[in-house]
Structure formats: C-alpha cells, structure tokens
Design a protein around this ligand. Structure first.
Ligand SMILES: O=P(O)(O)OC[C@H]1O[C@H](OP(=O)(O)OP(=O)(O)O)[C@H](O)[C@@H]1O
Ligand SMILES: Nc1ncnc2[nH]cnc12
Length: 242
C-alpha cells in the first residue's frame, strides 16, 4: 500500500508540465534546464527508498557498565564453576546505582508491598530497591539465623543443597512481593523462595536478578538483566521449572 502510493506520486511528478509560453533562445534553454532539474528531482523521487529496518530494541546503555563491573572467576568455589563476582560492581557507586535504578524503574508503581531478598547477595540489592519503591524488606535467610518462628524451604544449588527461611508473619496473605537476588544459575534458589512466599500467602509478582542465563529469557516469573550470561557457556546447567 505504501509502495503503491509512492509510485503514483513519482509518475505524476514525472509528467511534463505545459505552461503555454512560446519557446526559443535563452528562454528555451532556461526551460530545458528547469525541465532537466525537475526530471532529476523526479528520478530521485522515483528510486525506491529502502524500507527502514524495524525499530531496534533499545538497549539500556547502563547494562554495559554493569556487565563490565562483574568479574568472572573460573573454578571458584570449586572446579568447573565460573563464579560471577559482583563485589567489583559494589566498589563503583555509579554502576551500583545504575543496577538498582534499572529495577526501581521497572517496579515503581506496581503496588509491590514487599521486596524479599535472598541471603546473602539479595541483601545487597533488595533493600535499596525496597526503599526506592516504598516497600518493606523481608530477608530470606539461611538456616538458624532468624530468632523467631520460621517457615523453611530446602533446595538444590549448583554446588550443594541449602535452605531458605522466613519469619512467620513477615508477609500478609495477598501481599504483592518482588523477590530479589544477584544471580540465577539453576533457578533452584529462586524457586525455593517463590514456594516459601506462596506458602505464606504472598502474591509473587516477579523475581529480579542481575545475572542470568539465556535459557531463562522467556521465563515469565523472572526478570534478569542477562548480564554476564554469555560467559557461562562452558557450564552445563539445567533449569529448575517452577
Ligand atoms: O540459581 P541457583 O543455582 O539456585 O544459584 C543462585 C544462588 O547462588 C548464589 O548464592 P549462594 O547460595 O552461593 O549463597 P551466598 O549468596 O550466600 O554466597 C546466588 O547469590 C544465588 O542466591
Ligand atoms: N556461577 C556462579 N557465580 C556466582 N554465584 C553463583 N551461585 C551459583 N552459581 C554461581
């Protein structure tokens, strides 16, 4: 439809125009020059214009800085693990802030009542996000750290098993919760956190983390910045499905 319309315009412009004046000498030359100029313009208009590419997906310019600030340490804490170390990012306040801001921009205005951070690295990003969006912060802790009555959920890690605990009463049934961690590898930790919160009656809106594998890209329950994931390709991981 668009192409057809352009063609019609070009053909109409190319038709010679008659002004009724007699021609000859300088006047004829001037008219010829004008006609040539018109044809040149018309021909240019007749050349099909390349179809503009579909609007590129805007890449957040902050992501590169965040990715660059994460150090990958091979074979830590054991052989075969490519450890994604976020501590260099924490030494750079501007980049640290960028990471927090990206999540705040996503979750602000979503009526999130609580941010649940997973020990230990979810405690680094979670409280900052919670304060910025006006939500309470709930620590999901490793065993024997919380003094009150707890509910627990065990899970399998890339390098072992673990358990998450939460204080009974930290969440009210129906409250909208965002779960925050630094990284998703197998997804076991996040899935345990989801199970724990849902057992307590929470409405888990999403899980958010900086570092993730491409295989999690389509997960509706996870928003990962996909940072550093391309550097993990030598590790075979199987996603845990919630
Ligand atoms: O997707 P998964 O395979 O479950 O792994 C991801 C989890 O592993 C890391 O924590 P870790 O258990 O090493 O604890 P830490 O934060 O106390 O170091 C990371 O911070 C995530 O919580
Ligand atoms: N590759 C990895 N780097 C950092 N923390 C992790 N937790 C689980 N896998 C990890």
């Amino acid at each position: 439809m668009g192409e057809e319309a352009n063609c019609n315009v070009a053909m109409e412009s190319a038709a010679p125009k008659e002004n009724g004046h007699t021609t000859g000498g300088a006047a004829a030359e001037a008219k010829a020059a004008a006609a040539l100029a018109e044809i040149a313009v018309t021909d240019a208009a007749a050349v099909p214009k390349p179809t503009p590419p579909p609007a590129a997906v805007a890449v957040d310019p902050r992501l590169q800085g965040i990715s660059d600030a994460i150090r990958v340490v091979p074979h830590f804490p054991k052989q075969g693990i490519m450890f994604n170390d976020i501590t260099p990012l924490l030494l750079r306040p501007g980049v640290f802030k960028d990471a927090v801001d990206i999540f705040v921009e996503r979750y602000r205005g979503m009526a999130i009542a609580a941010v649940a951070g997973i020990e230990a690295r979810g405690f680094i990003f979670g409280p900052a996000i919670a304060l910025a969006i006006g939500a309470k912060f709930i620590p999901l802790r490793k065993p024997k750290k919380l003094p009150g009555e707890v509910i627990s959920e065990t899970y399998v890690l890339e390098y072992g098993t673990d358990c998450l605990q939460m204080h009974v009463g930290a969440i009210e049934p129906g409250e909208r919760v965002l779960i925050v961690d630094d990284l998703v590898a197998t997804g076991g930790t996040l899935c345990a956190a989801i199970r724990l919160l849902e057992r307590a009656g929470a409405d888990v809106v999403e899980c958010a983390c900086l570092i993730g594998l491409p295989k999690f890209k389509e997960c509706t329950w996870l928003h990962s910045l996909q940072i550093a994931s391309e550097r993990w390709t030598d590790i075979d991981k199987s996603a845990v499905h919630y």
